[in-house]
Design a protein around this ligand. Structure first.
Ligand SMILES: Cc1cc2nc3c(=O)[nH]c(=O)nc-3n(C[C@H](O)[C@H](O)[C@H](O)COP(=O)(O)OP(=O)(O)OC[C@H]3O[C@@H](n4cnc5c(N)ncnc54)[C@H](O)[C@@H]3O)c2cc1C
Ligand code: FES
Length: 257
């Protein structure tokens, strides 16, 4: 389905933890069509500042279209001020979704760093209907970067956490948790999203054990339509745009610098 641009109403906008917020948008057409891994390109308010839209993974598509975000700059700070009934300009759904694991797959491991967890709730919503061992490995900087993840638990995910300072879960990087991954390439599938060094570590691990996987990339974006080439990344088959060719790529395809 081609991306459509529409004005929708905000249903709610709540703080879920000291760092993270959830914006719910009343958008019937989008919740029907969006797939896990796709994103929406939001204009957070009218006017010139911020000039460009901002891309956000779709966190969930239940009653409303949900976006999980961390205020880190002007766009997301303005987003955090939106209230029920406010208008929001949405372009979407944009990008290539995750592919679904093949019939032989028994364990699906989602490996997320920080806000990189955003595309995985919807993926687990879809996969919980299958009889899979769903595992979430989550890395955050410190306690404030870890939130309850109730919905992941309700979807039957086994959750393992690592923080840089050890304030929650294991102490160190998320790679400390890679021991939870079954190293059988026939039955294990990996999905990852987060900072590039983390995704590079997942890629190296997958390569070592010949595991298949996919990566949801993030890049600063302007058009999100594949036109400006501003979000290009290096891949094994040349430069590709994150917005149009991605954001989901094969794990072994992306060249992390
Ligand atoms: C496909 C995609 C999905 C995304 N999903 C989410 C999501 O679900 N939740 C969420 O909170 N954020 C998500 N992001 C990131 C979000 O779009 C950016 O952080 C956005 O720029 C924030 O806007 P801002 O105006 O608040 O901050 P900005 O002023 O735009 O950015 C603040 C700082 O972060 C840097 N930055 C911005 N975007 C990126 C990026 N992609 N990678 C590395 N550094 C960056 C900027 O250079 C700047 O230094 C996603 C990005 C992409 C491309
Ligand atoms: S943001 Fe313009 S090509 Fe991707």
């Amino acid at each position: 389905m081609p991306a459509l641009q529409n004005i929708f109403k905000v249903a709610s906008n709540d703080k879920l933890s000291p760092r993270f917020h959830r914006l719910c948008i009343k958008s019937k057409p989008l919740i029907k069509d969006v797939k896990p891994g796709q994103f929406v390109h939001l204009r957070v308010r009218d006017g010139l500042e911020p000039f460009f839209r901002r891309p956000f993974s779709v966190y969930r598509n239940k009653k409303h279209l949900e976006v999980f975000y961390e205020p880190i700059g002007p766009g997301t700070e303005l987003m955090s001020q939106l209230r029920e009934g406010d208008d929001i300009d949405v372009l979407g759904p944009v990008g290539t979704p995750f592919s679904m694991p093949g019939k032989n797959i028994k364990q699906v491991v989602m490996i997320a760093g920080g806000i990189g967890i955003a595309p995985f709730l919807m993926l687990s919503d879809v996969l919980k209907r299958r009889n899979l061992d769903l595992v979430l490995l989550y890395g955050g900087r410190t306690m404030g970067h870890v939130y309850p993840m109730k919905e992941f638990k309700e979807n039957g995910c086994k959750i393992f956490v690592a923080t840089d300072d050890g304030s929650v879960g294991a102490k160190g990087r998320v790679s400390k948790l890679f021991s939870k991954i079954n190293k059988d390439p026939k039955t294990t599938m990996l999905y990852t999203c987060g900072p590039n060094p983390m995704m590079a570590a997942v890629q190296a691990f997958a390569k070592k054990y010949h595991l298949k996987g996919e990566v949801a990339c993030e890049e600063v974006m302007a058009c999100a339509l594949g036109a400006c080439l501003g979000c290009s990344i290096r891949t094994t088959s040349g430069f590709k745009t994150v917005c149009y060719d991605g954001p989901v790529f094969d794990l072994d395809e992306v060249i992390f610098d």
